[in-house]
Design a binder for this molecule. Structure first.
Ligand code: GLU
Length: 241
Protein backbone atom coordinates (compact mmCIF):
# COMPACT_ATOMS: atom_id res chain seq x y z
CA UNK A 1 0.00 0.00 0.00
CA UNK A 2 1.51 3.29 -1.00
CA UNK A 3 0.53 6.86 -1.63
CA UNK A 4 -2.20 8.88 -3.27
CA UNK A 5 -2.67 12.66 -3.31
CA UNK A 6 -5.16 14.79 -5.24
CA UNK A 7 -5.84 18.52 -5.21
CA UNK A 8 -8.23 21.01 -6.81
CA UNK A 9 -7.50 24.68 -6.10
CA UNK A 10 -7.13 28.16 -7.50
CA UNK A 11 -3.34 27.97 -7.00
CA UNK A 12 -0.94 25.67 -8.83
CA UNK A 13 -1.34 22.30 -7.11
CA UNK A 14 1.96 20.68 -8.21
CA UNK A 15 3.92 21.75 -5.07
CA UNK A 16 1.07 20.49 -2.85
CA UNK A 17 1.01 17.14 -4.66
CA UNK A 18 4.79 16.64 -4.47
CA UNK A 19 4.98 17.60 -0.78
CA UNK A 20 2.06 15.22 -0.16
CA UNK A 21 3.94 12.37 -1.82
CA UNK A 22 7.04 13.16 0.25
CA UNK A 23 4.98 12.88 3.41
CA UNK A 24 3.75 9.44 2.33
CA UNK A 25 7.22 8.11 1.49
CA UNK A 26 7.37 6.19 4.79
CA UNK A 27 4.78 3.78 3.37
CA UNK A 28 7.32 2.42 0.87
CA UNK A 29 7.15 2.57 -2.94
CA UNK A 30 9.16 1.94 -6.08
CA UNK A 31 8.14 4.74 -8.45
CA UNK A 32 6.15 7.97 -8.50
CA UNK A 33 4.16 10.15 -10.85
CA UNK A 34 1.94 13.17 -11.22
CA UNK A 35 -0.68 14.38 -13.73
CA UNK A 36 -2.23 17.85 -13.83
CA UNK A 37 -4.72 19.48 -16.16
CA UNK A 38 -3.38 22.79 -17.47
CA UNK A 39 -5.20 26.00 -18.44
CA UNK A 40 -5.71 24.69 -21.98
CA UNK A 41 -7.37 21.51 -20.70
CA UNK A 42 -4.39 19.35 -21.59
CA UNK A 43 -3.04 16.66 -19.28
CA UNK A 44 0.60 17.09 -18.29
CA UNK A 45 2.23 13.87 -17.09
CA UNK A 46 5.54 13.19 -15.35
CA UNK A 47 6.65 9.83 -13.94
CA UNK A 48 9.89 8.43 -12.56
CA UNK A 49 11.22 5.13 -11.27
CA UNK A 50 12.75 5.58 -7.83
CA UNK A 51 12.26 8.31 -5.29
CA UNK A 52 9.97 11.34 -5.22
CA UNK A 53 13.21 13.38 -5.38
CA UNK A 54 13.79 11.91 -8.85
CA UNK A 55 10.29 12.87 -9.93
CA UNK A 56 10.94 16.36 -8.57
CA UNK A 57 14.20 16.60 -10.53
CA UNK A 58 12.35 15.68 -13.74
CA UNK A 59 9.74 18.32 -12.96
CA UNK A 60 12.49 20.90 -12.60
CA UNK A 61 13.62 20.07 -16.16
CA UNK A 62 10.05 19.99 -17.52
CA UNK A 63 7.78 21.92 -15.16
CA UNK A 64 4.07 21.18 -14.97
CA UNK A 65 1.42 23.57 -13.72
CA UNK A 66 -2.29 23.16 -13.10
CA UNK A 67 -5.12 23.84 -10.70
CA UNK A 68 -6.25 20.23 -10.54
CA UNK A 69 -4.13 17.11 -10.38
CA UNK A 70 -3.34 13.71 -8.94
CA UNK A 71 -0.08 12.16 -7.74
CA UNK A 72 0.96 8.65 -6.79
CA UNK A 73 3.65 6.51 -5.29
CA UNK A 74 3.49 2.95 -6.60
CA UNK A 75 4.27 -0.39 -5.06
CA UNK A 76 4.17 -2.63 -8.10
CA UNK A 77 1.83 -5.62 -7.99
CA UNK A 78 1.08 -6.06 -11.70
CA UNK A 79 3.90 -5.27 -14.10
CA UNK A 80 7.54 -4.50 -13.35
CA UNK A 81 9.03 -1.35 -11.89
CA UNK A 82 9.22 0.77 -15.04
CA UNK A 83 8.26 4.30 -15.98
CA UNK A 84 5.54 2.97 -18.31
CA UNK A 85 3.97 1.07 -15.40
CA UNK A 86 4.16 4.03 -13.01
CA UNK A 87 0.92 5.91 -12.42
CA UNK A 88 -0.95 8.03 -13.51
CA UNK A 89 -2.32 6.05 -16.45
CA UNK A 90 -4.08 7.92 -19.23
CA UNK A 91 -6.82 7.11 -21.73
CA UNK A 92 -7.89 8.93 -24.85
CA UNK A 93 -5.76 11.96 -23.95
CA UNK A 94 -8.41 13.03 -21.45
CA UNK A 95 -8.68 10.60 -18.52
CA UNK A 96 -5.95 10.21 -15.88
CA UNK A 97 -6.17 7.56 -13.15
CA UNK A 98 -4.13 6.71 -10.07
CA UNK A 99 -4.79 3.62 -8.00
CA UNK A 100 -3.53 1.89 -4.88
CA UNK A 101 -4.46 -1.73 -4.49
CA UNK A 102 -5.38 -4.49 -6.90
CA UNK A 103 -8.18 -4.90 -9.43
CA UNK A 104 -8.43 -8.70 -9.17
CA UNK A 105 -10.62 -9.16 -12.25
CA UNK A 106 -8.68 -6.83 -14.55
CA UNK A 107 -7.96 -9.48 -17.22
CA UNK A 108 -11.48 -10.01 -18.65
CA UNK A 109 -12.00 -6.23 -18.65
CA UNK A 110 -8.64 -5.77 -20.39
CA UNK A 111 -9.65 -8.32 -23.05
CA UNK A 112 -12.87 -6.40 -23.59
CA UNK A 113 -11.04 -3.07 -23.91
CA UNK A 114 -8.48 -4.57 -26.32
CA UNK A 115 -11.33 -5.89 -28.47
CA UNK A 116 -12.70 -2.34 -28.56
CA UNK A 117 -9.38 -1.07 -29.88
CA UNK A 118 -7.88 0.44 -26.73
CA UNK A 119 -4.09 0.26 -26.72
CA UNK A 120 -2.39 -0.57 -23.42
CA UNK A 121 0.85 1.23 -22.61
CA UNK A 122 1.51 -0.66 -19.37
CA UNK A 123 1.31 -4.12 -17.80
CA UNK A 124 -0.68 -2.89 -14.81
CA UNK A 125 -4.13 -3.87 -13.64
CA UNK A 126 -4.78 -0.13 -13.15
CA UNK A 127 -4.77 0.83 -16.82
CA UNK A 128 -8.10 -0.98 -17.37
CA UNK A 129 -9.69 1.58 -15.04
CA UNK A 130 -8.52 4.46 -17.26
CA UNK A 131 -9.86 2.87 -20.46
CA UNK A 132 -13.11 1.67 -18.89
CA UNK A 133 -13.90 5.15 -17.53
CA UNK A 134 -13.04 6.63 -20.95
CA UNK A 135 -15.32 4.06 -22.60
CA UNK A 136 -18.24 5.05 -20.34
CA UNK A 137 -17.58 8.78 -20.91
CA UNK A 138 -17.79 8.06 -24.64
CA UNK A 139 -21.16 6.45 -24.04
CA UNK A 140 -22.31 9.84 -22.73
CA UNK A 141 -22.04 9.34 -18.96
CA UNK A 142 -20.63 12.17 -16.86
CA UNK A 143 -17.45 11.57 -14.85
CA UNK A 144 -19.19 10.58 -11.59
CA UNK A 145 -21.47 8.11 -13.37
CA UNK A 146 -18.62 6.74 -15.48
CA UNK A 147 -16.40 6.10 -12.45
CA UNK A 148 -19.35 4.64 -10.55
CA UNK A 149 -20.15 2.25 -13.38
CA UNK A 150 -16.49 1.25 -13.72
CA UNK A 151 -15.92 0.54 -10.02
CA UNK A 152 -19.14 -1.48 -9.88
CA UNK A 153 -17.33 -3.97 -12.08
CA UNK A 154 -14.13 -4.15 -10.06
CA UNK A 155 -13.30 -6.88 -7.58
CA UNK A 156 -10.45 -6.28 -5.19
CA UNK A 157 -9.13 -3.66 -2.83
CA UNK A 158 -8.47 -0.21 -4.13
CA UNK A 159 -8.40 3.52 -3.75
CA UNK A 160 -8.88 5.23 -7.10
CA UNK A 161 -8.67 8.87 -8.23
CA UNK A 162 -9.84 9.98 -11.67
CA UNK A 163 -9.68 13.32 -13.48
CA UNK A 164 -11.04 14.22 -16.92
CA UNK A 165 -9.40 16.99 -18.96
CA UNK A 166 -12.78 17.69 -20.62
CA UNK A 167 -14.34 18.25 -17.18
CA UNK A 168 -11.49 19.85 -15.20
CA UNK A 169 -13.50 20.99 -12.19
CA UNK A 170 -13.53 17.79 -10.16
CA UNK A 171 -11.66 14.75 -8.96
CA UNK A 172 -13.78 11.63 -8.63
CA UNK A 173 -12.60 9.10 -6.08
CA UNK A 174 -13.67 5.71 -4.88
CA UNK A 175 -12.42 3.36 -2.20
CA UNK A 176 -12.86 -0.25 -1.24
CA UNK A 177 -10.59 -1.42 1.60
CA UNK A 178 -7.68 0.95 0.81
CA UNK A 179 -7.99 4.17 2.85
CA UNK A 180 -8.80 7.65 1.50
CA UNK A 181 -9.25 10.89 3.40
CA UNK A 182 -10.63 14.17 2.05
CA UNK A 183 -8.93 17.37 3.24
CA UNK A 184 -11.16 20.45 3.32
CA UNK A 185 -9.53 23.77 2.50
CA UNK A 186 -10.78 27.29 1.94
CA UNK A 187 -11.86 27.42 -1.71
CA UNK A 188 -9.69 24.37 -2.35
CA UNK A 189 -10.01 20.71 -1.50
CA UNK A 190 -7.74 17.72 -1.33
CA UNK A 191 -7.71 13.95 -1.01
CA UNK A 192 -5.01 11.51 0.05
CA UNK A 193 -4.41 8.04 1.34
CA UNK A 194 -3.33 9.44 4.72
CA UNK A 195 -3.74 12.58 6.84
CA UNK A 196 0.02 13.38 7.00
CA UNK A 197 0.06 14.10 3.26
CA UNK A 198 -2.32 17.04 3.67
CA UNK A 199 -1.24 18.63 6.96
CA UNK A 200 0.58 21.53 5.24
CA UNK A 201 -2.70 22.58 3.58
CA UNK A 202 -5.50 21.71 6.01
CA UNK A 203 -6.43 20.34 9.41
CA UNK A 204 -10.02 19.42 8.51
CA UNK A 205 -10.67 15.92 7.28
CA UNK A 206 -13.45 13.58 6.22
CA UNK A 207 -12.63 9.88 6.30
CA UNK A 208 -14.25 8.06 3.41
CA UNK A 209 -15.96 4.79 4.25
CA UNK A 210 -15.93 1.46 2.52
CA UNK A 211 -17.53 1.71 -0.94
CA UNK A 212 -17.84 5.53 -0.93
CA UNK A 213 -17.69 7.42 -4.21
CA UNK A 214 -16.90 11.12 -3.89
CA UNK A 215 -16.73 14.15 -6.13
CA UNK A 216 -14.20 16.76 -4.99
CA UNK A 217 -14.48 20.29 -6.34
CA UNK A 218 -12.90 23.57 -5.28
CA UNK A 219 -16.13 24.71 -3.66
CA UNK A 220 -17.25 21.48 -2.02
CA UNK A 221 -17.45 17.73 -1.89
CA UNK A 222 -20.30 15.31 -2.52
CA UNK A 223 -20.20 11.78 -1.18
CA UNK A 224 -22.34 8.84 -2.26
CA UNK A 225 -22.22 5.71 -0.10
CA UNK A 226 -21.99 2.06 -1.16
CA UNK A 227 -25.82 1.92 -1.46
CA UNK A 228 -25.89 4.91 -3.83
CA UNK A 229 -27.27 7.38 -1.25
CA UNK A 230 -25.83 10.87 -0.91
CA UNK A 231 -24.41 11.20 2.61
CA UNK A 232 -22.88 13.80 4.93
CA UNK A 233 -19.84 12.54 6.80
CA UNK A 234 -18.43 13.98 10.00
CA UNK A 235 -15.64 16.54 9.70
CA UNK A 236 -12.68 15.83 11.99
CA UNK A 237 -10.37 18.64 13.11
CA UNK A 238 -6.83 17.64 13.95
CA UNK A 239 -4.16 19.46 15.88
CA UNK A 240 -1.37 17.58 14.13
CA UNK A 241 1.08 19.37 11.97
N1 GLU B 1 -1.79 -2.69 -8.77
C1 GLU B 1 -1.30 -1.43 -9.19
C2 GLU B 1 0.01 -1.58 -9.94
O1 GLU B 1 0.67 -2.57 -9.88
C3 GLU B 1 -1.17 -0.42 -8.06
C4 GLU B 1 -0.15 -0.82 -7.00
C5 GLU B 1 -0.12 0.19 -5.85
O2 GLU B 1 -0.89 0.01 -4.89
O3 GLU B 1 0.67 1.14 -5.92
O4 GLU B 1 0.41 -0.68 -10.62
Amino acid sequence: MCGIVGAVAERDVVPVLIEGLRRLEYRGYDSAGVAVIDDNNNIGLCRAVGKVAELDEKLEQNPLKGQIGVAHTRWATHGGVTEANAHPHLSGGRVAVIHNGIIENFQPIKDEMLAEGYVFDSDTDTEVAAHLVHHYLNEGLDLVAAVGKAVDRFEGAYALLVVDADDPERIVVSRVASPLVIGLGDGENFVASGVPALLPVTQRFIYLEQGDLAEIRRDGVRIVDADGNEVEREIHETEWN
